[in-house]
Design a protein around this ligand. Sequence first.
Ligand SMILES: Cc1cc2nc3c(=O)[nH]c(=O)nc-3n(C[C@H](O)[C@H](O)[C@H](O)COP(=O)(O)O)c2cc1C
Length: 289
Amino acid sequence: MRRRRTMNDANAQSVGTREPRPYGPGQSHTGGTPVPLVERENQMEIDAFLDLVRRRRSVRYFKPDPIPDEYVEKILEAGRWAMSGANGQPWEFIVVKDRAVREKIADIIKETRKHTMVIERTRAAELRHPGLDTFSVDPGFKNAPVHIVVCADPRTLQATILSGNFYGGDGGPMSTFYKNVANATFLINLAAAALGLGAQWKSINSSWEGPLRDLLGVPAPLSIHCIVPIGYPAGKSASPYRRKLSELVHQEKYDMSKYRTDEQLQEFLVDLRRRTIPGYHVQGNDESE
Ligand SMILES: Cc1cc2nc3c(=O)[nH]c(=O)nc-3n(C[C@H](O)[C@H](O)[C@H](O)COP(=O)(O)O)c2cc1C
């Protein structure tokens, strides 16, 4: 079925000759009616898209105000459309709104944080996370009215080319699985930003995946990857640093003049830490990354 023509399409047509277009979904290049995949001038969309991408921030403190169910639906819809290796779609999303359950999640984090933060204490003092002495403080995201718990089923790896299960990319045979889940998680975060909501990528570490799995009844062999709390931001997020394009883009082949030595990389990491730590203070002493 043809997509309804929009005003933009009409404008685009009047601009003049256009390149031949790729075929739309469901159409092979050998038959059927070709449906233009891209029918309109995209400049406006890319600018709006880049604006959204730059505006999205990790939000770690939330107002308790509820968010409309249709927003949650749209956010989940974005996650559903993520790319995945061989279209394996390993993700499943648990939507947690119940305050009592959210309280329990916070309790689990507080309990295990006592142990995991021991490692942080071994860092040079000026590089330590400022939340070190606040083990018993609730995680900032507890107030977020919706927590999307991102789970995934590793059996979906069988969707992909079999050799991929033996010769994995970086990260080993499971790498495709993790990348897939990351794609869905990112789209969820981006969709929340598009709706003017805050969201965060709260990693699950192995010390609390077990208790969380019990709490939410997640069956083996599914794993829990992260929680994305969503709600209206309480306060402003610090604007994070990004490396410049000129530092990280190489034309045609790797430009060794941009290669960072071990010393330069160490300097980068220390500098990054110094830039990041004040941001924790802006948002509070959550155990954010
Ligand atoms: C794989 C991954 C894990 C992350 N885990 C956490 C986390 O556990 N807690 C947290 O506060 N932020 C977490 N983040 C968010 C990053 O800290 C954040 O993206 C980064 O500091 C840049 O800030 P921005 O998202 O506002 O651009 C994670 C992000 C990714 C991609």
